[in-house]
Design a protein around this ligand. Structure first.
Ligand SMILES: Cc1cc2nc3c(=O)[nH]c(=O)nc-3n(C[C@H](O)[C@H](O)[C@H](O)COP(=O)(O)O)c2cc1C
Length: 457
């Protein structure tokens, strides 16, 4: 038998957002904007001793075929406002916000994360995403200003600049000595100068060093450049691959890149998004999962989904009929706007070919095909089955843990907290109590090096 020690599992909660995972029409579903929903969700995650709460981001309402895509939930409040408010009603839970590096400026973002880290006493994390599309950019008077191939060079310089700002105060800069009337010990505190291709800024950063020094850094994005960006400087990846085979492949690939950046294997946590359907028995859960999948993929949703791949108006097609005989329209996707691009659509002809084969072999309608290929739940079963599956995947190095996306807002995590978590605790693979106070503690990440002394002017 192997003597490999059991890995500790990391768990986080993704506040369900604007994707069709969210079944907003369910009678148990509540608001996705009222603060009460966020409080319920965050406090459940904290009661379950989760590492953090996660917020995704989209900076423009999605459109499809020239109309707002309102089959899914529409609208999303501001990340920093929500996370800051949640800091006041939680004590230990990490607070991870997705913030784009293409449409923002390093000074503002660094200031907001440093502030969140102060207000939460060391619980802030930043998921750096690089969505660059011109449609979203129009909201910022930056439509199409950055070519796709430059998205990670800007992100890299953005992150490096933010780090310079975080490091511009060292932890001893404030004396606050009433006796001598001296507030600042270090007259150069906050001084920075960054000269680069994307940013050329100089001045003073006005937020003193925060409890974690720097927020924890996440990356989400699956390209070659995205994986390199994560290997070079991220603490964790919000990933896509929650199955054994795909998970292990991704895990080995990304962890294998760390050494070239002088980093050890445990410096980067891989945390795929995962959905779940829980039941009293496996059979009951399978039945519920079937119903949930049909609620997540209505006939109209199936057609919209197909339009992403085909890049054509398919509204005349019957969702209960066969796949279109015509091929996808080549080139940039123009039918679905405001969605983060996903890799499976980068070769639409190959996707269409694969789907036709699958639909032919199993005699699937459009809707059944979309359900079969996209609405697969990661974990389905009784609490014992789900706890076993999560543990098996983590111990097999398919992941270091999971970011759970329930389909009901805000109560979708309750059952998981009450039944799955205790089983993981019994197995000794998940904490019974928080051991540290910062998110870095929860994730088992070392503190960043102390800020270097500011350069003399
Ligand atoms: C699992 C996952 C989650 C993502 N979440 C977001 C998000 O919340 N907001 C966003 O703007 N982009 C999100 N993205 C998209 C990437 O930021 C975007 O596609 C970017 O171009 C980098 O991805 P790439 O490395 O795959 O090209 C996500 C990507 C993945 C794989």
């Amino acid at each position: 038998m192997s003597s490999k020690p059991l890995k500790q599992i990391h768990l986080a909660a993704h506040f369900p957002g604007v994707n069709n995972t969210t079944v907003w029409s369910d009678p148990d579903a509540g608001s996705h904007i009222d603060f009460d929903s966020f409080i319920h969700f965050a406090q459940t995650a904290e009661r379950a001793k989760f590492d953090f709460l996660f917020l995704a981001e989209g900076l423009r309402l999605r459109e499809q075929g020239g109309r707002i895509h309102d089959l899914d939930v529409v609208g999303r409040p501001d990340t920093f406002t929500v996370l800051t408010a949640l800091a006041a009603v939680t004590e230990r839970l990490g607070l991870t916000g997705t913030i784009n590096s293409t449409f923002n400026e390093p000074y503002e973002v660094a200031r907001q994360f440093a502030t969140l880290d102060h207000l939460s006493e060391g619980r802030a994390a930043w998921n750096v995403v690089t969505s660059w599309d011109a449609f979203t950019g129009e909201n910022f008077r930056r439509g199409g200003f950055l070519p796709r191939e430059d998205r990670y060079s800007r992100a890299q310089e953005f992150l490096a600049t933010a780090h310079e700002l975080f490091d511009s105060w060292d932890g001893t800069a404030i004396a606050a000595d009433a006796g001598s009337g001296t507030f600042l010990r270090d007259a150069r505190a906050g001084t920075f100068a960054h000269r680069g291709r994307h940013f050329d800024i100089e001045g003073r950063f006005n937020v003193p060093r925060s409890p974690q020094g720097r927020p924890v850094i996440f990356q989400a994005g699956d390209s070659e450049e995205g994986r390199e960006f994560a290997a070079a400087g991220a603490d964790a990846i919000f990933g896509r691959y929650g199955t054994l085979e795909a998970g292990r492949e991704f895990y080995a690939d990304v962890k294998g890149r760390l050494a070239a950046h002088g980093r050890t294997h445990d410096r980067l946590k891989i945390l795929p998004a995962a959905t779940f359907v829980l039941g009293d028995t496996d059979a009951e859960a399978r039945e519920t999962a079937h119903e949930v999948r049909r609620l997540q993929v209505s006939g109209q949703t199936a057609i919209k989904y197909l339009e992403h791949v085909w890049n054509r108006d398919l509204s005349a097609y019957d969702p209960d009929g066969p796949l279109p005989a015509i091929d996808p329209e080549p080139g940039e996707n123009t039918i679905a706007l405001g969605r983060a691009s996903v890799r499976q659509f980068r070769d639409p002809l190959a996707t269409a070919r694969r789907w036709r084969e699958l639909a032919g072999a199993k005699n699937l309608s459009i809707r059944e095909l979309v359900i079969a290929t996209t609405a697969e739940q990661t974990f389905v079963g009784s609490a014992a089955t789900i706890a076993g599956a999560i543990n098996d995947l983590v111990q097999a190095d398919a992941a270091d843990g999971f970011i759970l996306v329930p389909h009901i807002t805000p109560g979708g995590l309750d059952g998981f907290a009450d039944s799955v978590v205790p089983l993981l605790q019994e197995r000794g693979v998940f904490r019974a109590e928080y051991e540290g106070s910062t998110l870095r503690d929860h994730l088992g990440l070392a503190a960043p090096a102390p800020a270097p002394a500011p350069a003399p002017r």
